[in-house]
Design a protein around this ligand. Sequence first.
Ligand code: ZN
Length: 310
Amino acid sequence: MTDFPRSLIEFQRCFPDEAACATYLFAARWPHGFVCPGCGKTKAWELQTKPSTWECAGCRKQTSVTAGTIMHHSKLPLTTWFWAAYLMATHSNGISALQLQRQLALGSYKSAWLLCAKLRRSMLAPGRTPLAGLVEVDETELPCRSKNDPPAGGRGRGHQGKILVVGAVEVLDGGAGPGRIRLKGIPDYSAANLHAFLAAHLAPGTTAKTDGLPSYAGASSVHHDPHVVGKMAAHIVLPWVHRVFSNLKIWALGVYHGLRRKHFQSYLDEFVFRFNRRRPRHAAFRSLLGIAANHAPLSYQMLISPEAKA
Ligand SMILES: [Zn+2]
């Protein structure tokens, strides 16, 4: 089996049933063989009576391949999880819960939404390497809506709020193109917020090219390269971050009809995940399932109140 399927036909061949999905998850979760989450011992046997479950030879704890992962206690078959991960990861624009519900014939919108939300949380890879080299940094505003607002484009646009976003884009050698990106929703453009963003996402010694907003000045450990320009010229001085922002706006309106304030950061994370894995797109599937298999479980409550800590 290849590392990741490159087409729907190949996907179907790789993951025809629960057993095939479980084998793949096992390898993603325990690449060096089973490790008991209870005692850390590696000797275990697979149970004949329960599917994809191992019993530790040391402490006798039984562990299913999904126990303690994002798929913990899910009533959905693994094949459904895999289809959803494949569609979310490889679709160039991503897929909404409603589209997923239809494509996978899921019983309710809520279970489609939960599936999407859990996979979206698996799009933030732990231990990401910070951006480095020459990095364009800029800010923008995105319209967002609360639960009761109509989707953007309809009446009631006036009710929409704005969310401020700061973004960073690596510039490849000689401006050949964009490398990786980072996006973060922030409450205001204060030095504290912008400096925290730079510290979290840019490696020490990185050169941050900005539009000269004074709040960037004085950030520690990065070289600040301000280019004070009028609004019209900013897209010329900072072309890549501007292109990312305009793609982000089109995506947010097109796929989600405007982002919801409550889940804003997880949508930004989804956009970043997809952008950073655009070549090859299909490798994103392996990446997504790899993170999902190693991600602690999330309850519905945790998902609907993102501020709650896992
Ligand atoms: Zn054990």
